[in-house]
Design a protein around this ligand. Structure first.
Ligand code: BTN
Length: 246
C-alpha cells in the first residue's frame, strides 16, 4: 500500500497542504505520506478561500503523491481519483453522494467535503502533487458564511472516530491511485463522469457571457465541463469560467 504507508499527525497546524509543501521543499518525502491535523487554523480552500473546520471535529489531511506517469495536461485525473476515493468512502456511511464538478463532494444538495490539489510542475511533468482533503465528520454547527455545509454527524446523528475514517480513506484512495499508476485512465475518467452532480439534469449556470441553461453531459480530457445548451449545441468551460446555480 502506498497511500498511508507513512502517516504524520499534528495537533495543530496552519494548513496540512502548507506543511506538506514545506516538507517537500526541505527533504525527500516518501510517496503516499499523509499528514493530518486535529486543528487546522488557516486551512486553504479553492479559489483562494479559507477552509473553516472546527478543531477536532473533521478530517483535514494532505497526501503527497508523485504521479510521474501523468503529463501536466492530465493533472485533472488526480482530482478525479481523489474525488472518487472520498465518494466511495462516504458511500459506506450514506446514500446520495455525488461529485460536484470540479471537485466538491455533495450529499444530496449540500457540500460534505472539499479538495484542494496543489501540483508542482516541471516542464510537462508533475514533479509532485499535494492532495488536500477536508471531510466534514462530527461538526454539526457551521459558521453562516459557509454555503450549504453538511457532515456525517448531521446526516446520521452520531459521532465517528476520525482516525478510523482516515485509515479507511487511505485504503480506498490507494486502490484508486493504483489504477492511475496502472494507466487505467479511461476507467477513472468514466467513473468520475458517472458520479457527477446533476448529470443529465437541466440546470442553470453563470458564465462570463451571462446565464446559461443546459444539461451537464460529462467532462473532456482536460477536465473541462461539457454542457448541452437548449438549442442542442455543446459548449465546454474550464474551471472558474462557470458556476452551477441550480
Ligand atoms: C474547498 O472546497 O474549498 C477545498 C477545501 C480543501 C480543504 C483541505 S483540509 C486539508 C487540506 N489543507 C488545507 O489547507 N486545505 C485542504
Amino acid at each position: 500500500m502506498i497511500i498511508g504507508s507513512n502517516i504524520i499527525y499534528r495537533e495543530k497546524v496552519s494548513s496540512t497542504n502548507e506543511l506538506a509543501a514545506e516538507m517537500l521543499d526541505k527533504s525527500i518525502v516518501p510517496e503516499g505520506t499523509v499528514i493530518y491535523a486535529a486543528d487546522q487554523y488557516m486551512g486553504k480552500g479553492q479559489r483562494g478561500n479559507t477552509w473553516l473546520s472546527e478543531a477536532g471535529k473533521n478530517l483535514t489531511a494532505s497526501i503527497i503523491l508523485y504521479p510521474d506517469t501523468l503529463e501536466a495536461d492530465q493533472q485533472f485525473l488526480i482530482s478525479e481519483l481523489i474525488s472518487l476515493s472520498i465518494a466511495e468512502l462516504l458511500d459506506t456511511y450514506c446514500d446520495s453522494i455525488s461529485i460536484k464538478w470540479p471537485n466538491d463532494i455533495y450529499y444530496k444538495d449540500d457540500k460534505i467535503a472539499g479538495i484542494l490539489i496543489e501540483n508542482s510542475l516541471e516542464g510537462k511533468r508533475i514533479q509532485n502533487s499535494v492532495a488536500g482533503v477536508g471531510i466534514n465528520i462530527n461538526q454539526n454547527n457551521f459558521p453562516p458564511e459557509i454555503h450549504n455545509p453538511v457532515s456525517l454527524n448531521i446526516i446520521n446523528k452520531r459521532e465517528y472516530n476520525i482516525r478510523e475514517i482516515l485509515d479507511e480513506f487511505c485504503k480506498v484512495c490507494d486502490r484508486w491511485y493504483t489504477r492511475l499508476k496502472k494507466d487505467e485512465l479511461d476507467y477513472i475518467n468514466n467513473k468520475y463522469q458517472e458520479r457527477l452532480y446533476r448529470l443529465g439534469i437541466p440546470s442553470v449556470f453563470i458564465t462570463p457571457e451571462g446565464r446559461l441553461r443546459g444539461i451537464i453531459k460529462g467532462i473532456d480530457r482536460f477536465g473541462r465541463i461539457k454542457i448541452e445548451k437548449t438549442n442542442g449545441d455543446t459548449v465546454v468551460y474550464g474551471f472558474r469560467e462557470i458556476e452551477l446555480i441550480v
